[in-house]
Design a protein around this ligand. Structure first.
Ligand SMILES: Cc1ncc(COP(=O)(O)O)c(C=O)c1O
Length: 354
């Protein structure tokens, strides 16, 4: 039988997201979800929204939501696109700005979904290696790149590039700069003001992490009006469902709930980093809701893959990346509740003395 697929799709391995276990009872520290529930206002509004109105299509413009976002971030609704998770917006961006064969640059290692999206489009991925400290790599301004992605804070390192460096990069590159700020609410950073100063800047955010709404699939792109207008031609018309729109608006109305949860996560993160270092891990300074921990000498008898498996046996899930090689001796650990982190640390302590 002839191969029915486009050659680049036939070649593609496909993105493998972090495990969502089918059984209950795991401490889930593997996909950077928020351990705390969303605002009670979100849940109340969702209950009310489960009505006969669900027979109607949602607002294709997400207008009420974009107006609220505009108020919160002091920008015009016309500079905002809402998406079915920020993943959808990354996809819209690639389809809007890169043709087959065009270069798309990003520092590496970073969020693993950029590469499959680039491959699906048939564009050329140009990864530029981060140094050991995950500072912005010199060579990231790749000549001719139509798009440059920068996850900031970066995943899986949690490290943050300062605003001035991001702005300088944006001024230097030829195509669009996409600053993916999925984890920004756990950081001291934020680049939304870039879009006022740079016609080629796009900032992408999500409600999956800080707003505890990964299950609702809500993301935002902030960009100059001309870019949003062009991207509008590419997005699915009813990309956000009615319930997601309701949840997103309610979450913004009670934004203090998000800020409170983010502050708790950051406090737990500090303790987690200190304890992991005490247990013999090298931990990069994280400004996200996860940390990247590299096994030090004390773990010489235990590979990271083995440690991941031992934790899983104890029903604690963390993220292990078999590739690239520089991550093969690391674990990425999402910041859970204090009780979850205490259980993780107790398990690691026990395993370190085996
Ligand atoms: C850097 C980064 N960007 C985007 C996403 C996707 O987020 P969303 O749930 O909004 O699709 C993730 C999810 O883990 C991420 O780590």
């Amino acid at each position: 039988m002839p191969d029915l697929f486009r050659p680049n799709i036939a070649r593609l391995r496909g993105y493998v997201p972090g495990e969502q276990p089918r059984e209950k009872g795991y401490i889930k520290l593997n996909t950077n979800e928020n351990p705390y529930p969303p605002s009670p206002l979100v849940l109340a509004r969702l209950r009310d929204a489960c009505s006969a109105n669900l027979r109607l299509y949602p607002d294709p413009d997400a207008w009420a939501l974009r107006r609220k976002l505009g108020e919160v971030f002091a920008i015009a609704p016309q500079q905002i696109m809402a998406g079915n998770g920020s993943d959808e917006l990354l996809n819209v961006i690639i389809r809007s700005f890169a043709s087959e064969g065009d270069k798309i640059a990003y520092p590496h290692p970073t969020y693993g979904y950029y590469k499959p999206l680039i491959d699906i489009q048939g564009a050329e991925a140009v990864p530029v290696e981060f140094g050991e400290d995950f500072a912005l790599p010199e060579g990231l301004a790749v000549p001719g790149a139509r798009i440059t992605f920068l996850a900031n804070p970066n995943a899986p390192s949690g490290t943050l590039v300062p605003y001035a460096e991001v702005a300088a990069l944006c001024a230097r590159i030829e195509g669009v700069l996409v600053v993916d700020e999925a984890y920004v609410d756990f950081s001291q950073g934020g680049c939304i003001q870039l879009i006022a100063e740079h016609p080629n800047a796009i900032v992408v955010r999500t409600m999956s992490k800080s707003f505890s709404l990964a299950g609702m699939r809500i993301g935002f792109a902030f960009a100059p009006v001309a870019l949003i207008e062009g991207m509008w031609k590419v997005k699915d018309h009813y990309n956000l469902n009615r319930l997601s729109l309701v949840a997103a608006e309610a979450a913004l109305e009670d934004i203090d709930a998000m800020r409170g949860n983010a502050a708790r996560v950051c406090a737990t993160r500090s303790r987690l980093c200190a304890r992991l270092r005490g247990l013999g891990f090298y931990v990069w300074d994280s400004q996200a809701n996860f940390v990247l921990a590299k096994l030090g000498e004390r773990w010489a008898n235990c590979a990271a893959a083995e440690l991941y498996a031992q934790l899983k046996e104890r029903r604690i899930l963390v993220r292990y990346f078999a590739a690239p090689p520089r991550l093969a001796d690391c674990l990425r650990i999402s910041v859970g509740t204090d009780a979850e982190i205490a259980a993780l640390l107790a398990a690691l302590k026990e395993l370190s003395s085996v």
